[in-house]
Design a protein around this ligand. Sequence first.
Ligand code: ZN
Length: 279
Amino acid sequence: MTVLTPDRCSINTATLGYKAPIGQVIDAVARHGFGAIAPWRREIEGSDVCAIARHIRDAGLAVSGYCRSSAIPADTPERRRAQYEENCRAISDAAELGAACFVIVAGGLPTDSRDLDGARTQVEDGLARLLEEARRLRVALAIEPLHPMYAADRCCINTLSQALDICDRLDPDGEGGIGVAIDAYHVWWDPRLRSDIDRAGCSQRIAAFHICDWLVPTTDLLMDRGMIGDGVIDLSSMLRGIAAAGFAGHAEIEIFSNNWWAVESEEVLRSCAERVGAI
Ligand code: ZN
């Protein structure tokens, strides 16, 4: 997998800015030669999930992941329970879609809390419960560590080491059902990245690999991701490491960007297809 071609790649639909209905997005992704798609709940929930799953299959696409979990920590037991139930419903949709994984963006601090350790404990306890549901429905949970700049509001799991430690505690015997989503944007800076990728490979925990680029300067914490090749991430070296670690899934292109969202979707897909070949 060290030379990427579009058929070895997936388009995370966030890359296209949710501007078109999911049916059109599926057709466009297939037309540009990509091998998979990763839809978001906002495009699926409230629709006929079974029909969307069939459309994806008929277009010849795999589903590299289903995005993404509701936050796990909450300030009250009632809210925590409601979020758990949302996540269970989403796992069921992920199963219906045939998704390779359900992406877990764990959530940050509950409202008015400064208890980061407590939030992390809530995440682990919540994941233990979700893992039972995921195993029952045969969907892998993919814990996605997010860059530490999001620890407060989006995700208090911030390094690959931390995510892998959780996997090892919740699945000590390697039964499976839980792994990690390695997103280049979130982990490229980590001095332990190479050894953690090897560790994830040894325990067969790599459930997803997300790619984009880190722009210098970055002007928005969320909406200024770069097109592959426009920034400073050594994607080539990461790709080699991930492949050597045994990951055989699709490399998923996920670019949240005000700039790219202003570009016509056909042009974005053309650029993605061109750039992956140059990694
Ligand atoms: Zn990601």
